[in-house]
Design a protein around this ligand. Structure first.
Ligand SMILES: [Zn+2]
Length: 167
């Protein structure tokens, strides 16, 4: 599962693959050709089965991070995973074994769990309700609300200012 992209970046890429572009919802996994390139870019197979698995887990992860579903809905992505111990340099390493077409979907869920354990409460949806992106807040204050200050932050500020000046 190594391809130069961190698990956290991969998780965000999955969550953020349904952006709103110029007011129109898009889906980077929506058509087969685009999906193939996207999946291959993350070390995947680019097959239709893999695409279905990633789309399914994406939907579940988005609902969990938005607080609309309990984490139990992620369980199907863990089907068929096994872990076996091997001795490595005097320590035990756990080698994960995943059916190839489920590997990316499983990786997303494992990344979500690792992030929740390491940085609880840091993964959240953008506070702009017209935006469908997610962010991981690495700031000390843990007060980041926008996927991007430059885009959503400024847009929401401008809107509040406009509403205040009209009121
Ligand atoms: Zn946003």
């Amino acid at each position: 599962m190594t391809d130069g992209v961190s698990d956290e970046d991969f998780l965000l890429a999955v969550l953020n693959s349904t952006p709103v572009i110029d007011g129109v919802p898009a889906d980077e996994l929506g058509d087969a050709a685009r999906a193939r390139a996207w999946l291959a870019g993350f070390g995947g197979l680019g097959t239709e089965a893999e695409r279905r698995n990633v789309v399914e887990v994406r939907q579940a992860l988005q609902a969990v991070v938005r607080g609309q579903q309990p984490p139990d809905v992620l369980a199907p992505a863990l089907r068929g995973l096994t872990s076996r111990p091997v001795m490595a340099g005097g320590r035990i390493d756990w080698i994960l074994s995943v059916p190839p077409e489920r590997e990316l979907a499983a990786r997303a869920v494992l990344a979500w769990d690792a992030l929740a354990g390491r940085s609880p409460g840091r993964l959240r949806p953008c506070a702009n309700h017209e935006c469908r992106l997610f962010l991981v807040d690495h700031s000390k204050a843990n007060a980041a609300r926008w996927c991007s200050m430059a885009v959503c932050g400024n847009r929401m500020k401008a809107r509040r200012h406009y509403q205040r000046s009209r009121a």
